[in-house]
Design a protein around this ligand. Structure first.
Ligand code: G3P
Ligand code: MG
Length: 381
């Protein structure tokens, strides 16, 4: 398992530990790992910071398994002690939606559909967060194979992890039919076609009741082609990345690719936003303010835990090291810290970024993660 990361704070002449007023935030794919193998000097970068007692967190748009499993896997791969106190992945913030936050009602007992990831690993993550009524598109396909005409191709796969539905889809009596209260995309969908069809069914349904259409007038000649917008269950995406750095030498389509595909299908079927038929979605993850706020809160408590006895100087600067201008650099540049820290984004050449003028300007462009750590240390003085 992951050991507690230990830290020896900077030893000053008086030997009282001086805690640095800066820290690092590392993206994972394209910075520390490429697909699943460690990038050169990733171990050196992280272990050096730990030896020097300089706090850091990992902040990824990746996901698909529990934080505990992923941190243990990263610790092993990078040969560096890491733990939950320094790790944020794409769907980590979803855990806060179990109880709700006073504004948004808690979804603990609501029926949520979790989309994406391998098998039903993401359902297990959602249940570990505390969601108690989770279905997956695989459950629906096994219970109703005709919901997607080509599902027979993948039926053996789905049957390995599908669970019985809490309620069937009842085309005759909607009051008895399966009702989805919210849709969460936890990780990249593996079967975009079937997932898009089922997500579309829920979005077009009457208040999430599968097997129905929500339409005031069902008159396809009207601009919204008869589809009602209210009562549409919310759709939450955990990761906006259109592209990411996987094993292939060129960037690959990520969860943002599925989102764009679904937007296209939504527009074709309903007329879409141009015709005033909005698809209510909330996209989380880097580069968004909420994700960076969540990450900084974790960094502050992790830093506190590293130096339990020291009186900490306020955190003044965070070096955000990433490979994707759209998520890591844009997010780092735009983040407004509630505690007034300044985030400096550093762009690497080891991932999505392929040279040229990046769409979002970093403080520096570095060859790899060790160069970026050295840049940060020099700039921190
Ligand atoms: O699915 C993972 C991909 O979107 C990028 O992850 O670690 O580069 O934020 P990361
Ligand atoms: Mg990356």
């Amino acid at each position: 398992g992951a050991q507690k990361s230990t830290a020896r704070a900077f030893q000053t002449s008086s030997n009282s530990p001086r805690v640095p007023d800066f820290a690092f935030a590392f993206d994972i794919d394209g910075v520390l790992l490429r697909s699943s193998s460690p990038l050169p000097r990733a171990h050196k970068a992280l272990s050096y910071l730990q030896e020097q007692g300089i706090p850091f967190i990992l902040l990824t748009n990746g996901g698909g398994k529990s934080e505990t499993d992923r941190v243990a896997e990263l610790s092993k791969k990078l040969d560096v002690p890491l733990d939950l106190s320094m790790f944020v992945q794409s769907h980590t913030p979803f855990a806060q939606m179990v109880e709700g936050d006073g504004v948004q009602e808690g979804l603990r007992d609501k029926c949520i559909m979790v989309v994406g990831g391998d098998g039903d690993k993401c359902r297990q993550v959602a249940e570990k967060y505390g969601f108690r009524n989770v279905v997956t598109p695989g459950d629906i396909i096994v219970a109703h194979p005709s919901i997607w005409p080509f599902s027979y191709n993948f039926m053996d796969y789905y049957k390995k992890f599908a669970r019985p539905l809490p309620r069937p889809i009842d085309a005759e009596d909607p009051s008895k039919s399966l009702k989805i209260d919210a849709i969460f995309v936890y990780n990249d969908p593996r079967d975009w076609a079937a997932d898009a069809q089922i997500v579309l069914d829920v979005l077009l349904s009457s208040n999430g009741v599968l097997g129905t259409y929500s339409s005031k007038n069902n008159d396809p000649s009207l601009p919204n082609r008869g589809y009602l917008q209210d009562g549409q269950p919310p759709l939450y995406y955990s990761n906006p990345d259109l592209l990411w750095a996987a094993a292939y030498h060129l960037p690959r389509l990520g969860q943002g690719g599925f989102r764009e595909a679904l937007d296209g299908v939504w527009a074709a079927v309903t007329g879409g936003p141009q015709k005033g038929v909005d698809l209510h979605k909330q996209i989380m993850g880097k580069p968004y303010q909420g994700t960076y706020e969540f990450a900084e809160k974790l960094l502050i408590s992790h830093r506190q835990a590293l130096f339990p006895k020291a009186s900490l100087p306020p955190l003044k600067r965070v070096f955000m090291i990433g490979d994707n201008p759209e998520s890591d650099i844009q997010g780092g540049n735009n983040f407004k810290s509630p505690i007034g820290s300044e985030w400096y984004s550093l762009l690497l050449r080891t991932g999505v970024y392929q040279g040229g003028e990046p769409a979002h300007t970093p403080r520096a462009i570095c060859d790899d993660v060790w160069d970026a750590v050295r840049w940060g240390l020099n700039s921190a003085g």
